[in-house]
Ligand binder design. Structure first.
Ligand SMILES: Nc1ncnc2c1ncn2[C@@H]1O[C@H](COP(=O)(O)OP(=O)(O)OP(=O)(O)O)[C@@H](O)[C@H]1O
Ligand SMILES: [Mg+2]
Length: 332
């Protein structure tokens, strides 16, 4: 099959300088990821065409014919629907592609919206307040701030704006983080209840029915009650954390995690692949943090790649699982 690759490279994006946060490029990929995916697809017998992202993608997709697109494009700009951009164009042109559709991609980047949908489906999620402006923050009563609090941008991923100091014990601290984030990211912020407990990320693959790839616990090397799987930790993961997969948690908790992951995946309409993040409360309940329908596929450091590796899958098998699900779903 002739497979087009859509992606956004850090090197192709102009987002440097004082108008942008220092982590503005964090979600974008490096050429090594594209090479690894291409080589896996070629080893499966496909030919690949690099379509890229942004305007280059628009020029390429109208000039070249492909049977299917393997999409990992994060989209351009900072709006909450940016991940929907490329799939929306592909749908307009009638070209099948891997992964979730524009609605799911937009909905999942809007963390409060995703939390609402998942919560309505019966999955626990930390209580939250959405703050859209400094005026609204001033009006918020201290008693309305869940404590300890965790404060993060409402429409980001890839740990943008997530640091150790995102957690606050007191309302004044939470307000300060919220004020800083409102200014820095120019978008609403989410003030959530901080869940003290194990950090778990879950891979889900396929459709009708989707299945669990693995349940991976992220364990800080330095025991700490206030652990945050922050940008700093993700950048230095080799020294700061251990990954345990399958997670060694009580059977009953593992069952709950599995059930909640599949329920969240279905409720949000995810397709082909996603990674779902949870914290496990002291009550043994998995609290849904967010879902990543475009999980990082870096062949060395991607969480879902590490997880599937620990479950015995090669990188090629992971890519085969994603593209296979897309081909079957698209009846190709
Ligand atoms: N309510 C919370 N309670 C405890 N920890 C939290 C909470 N929200 C976020 N965190 C911590 O911050 C990390 C990043 O949060 P989240 O997964 O929402 O952000 P992200 O940037 O979308 O992540 P990713 O890098 O997976 O895309 C979590 O993995 C967790 O360690
Ligand atoms: Mg996450």
């Amino acid at each position: 099959m002739k497979i087009g690759l859509t992606y956004d490279l850090k090197d192709d994006i102009e987002a440097k300088g004082q108008d942008f946060p220092e982590d503005a490029l964090e979600e974008y990929d490096s050429i090594e990821v594209i090479k690894a995916i291409s080589s896996a697809l070629r080893s499966l017998g496909h030919t690949t065409v690099r379509l890229g992202g942004g305007r280059r993608f628009l020029a390429n997709i109208t000039g070249r014919s492909v049977d299917l697109v393997f999409n990992i494009a994060e989209g351009r700009g900072s709006m909450r629907s940016r991940e929907a951009q490329v799939p929306a164009v592909l749908e307009m042109l009638g070209i099948p592609y891997s992964g979730s559709d524009p609605l799911t991609l937009a909905m999942t980047l809007d963390k409060p919206l995703a939390k609402q949908v998942v919560s309505d489906a019966g999955v626990a999620t930390p209580t939250w307040r959405l703050i859209e402006s400094t005026a609204q923050l001033r009006q918020l009563k201290d008693s309305e701030i869940p404590l300890p609090a965790f404060v993060k941008p409402a429409f980001e991923g890839s740990s943008k704006g997530i640091h150790l100091n995102s957690r606050a014990d007191a309302a004044a601290g939470a307000r300060k983080v919220a004020r800083d984030l409102l200014k820095k990211y120019g978008q609403p912020v989410l003030i959530e209840q901080y869940i003290e407990g194990d950090e778990v990320t879950v891979g889900v693959i396929g459709n009708a029915p989707p299945v669990i790839v693995g349940i991976m616990r992220v364990i800080p090397r330095k025991k700490c009650k206030t652990f945050v799987y922050s940008l700093e930790v993700k950048r230095d993961y080799l020294n700061l954390v251990d990954y345990e997969c399958p997670a060694r948690l009580p059977q009953q908790v593992m069952k709950r995690i599995e059930k909640s992951s599949l329920r969240a995946y279905r409720a949000l309409g995810c397709r082909d692949i996603a990674r779902v993040d949870f914290r496990i409360g002291r009550d043994g309940i998995p609290y849904f943090l967010e879902v990543n329908p475009l999980p990082g596929l870096n062949p060395v450091s991607g969480d879902i790649v590490i997880m599937s590796g620990k479950m015995g899958w090669t990188y090629r098998e992971l890519i085969s699982g994603i593209i296979g699900a897309a081909i079957k779903r698209s009846c190709l």
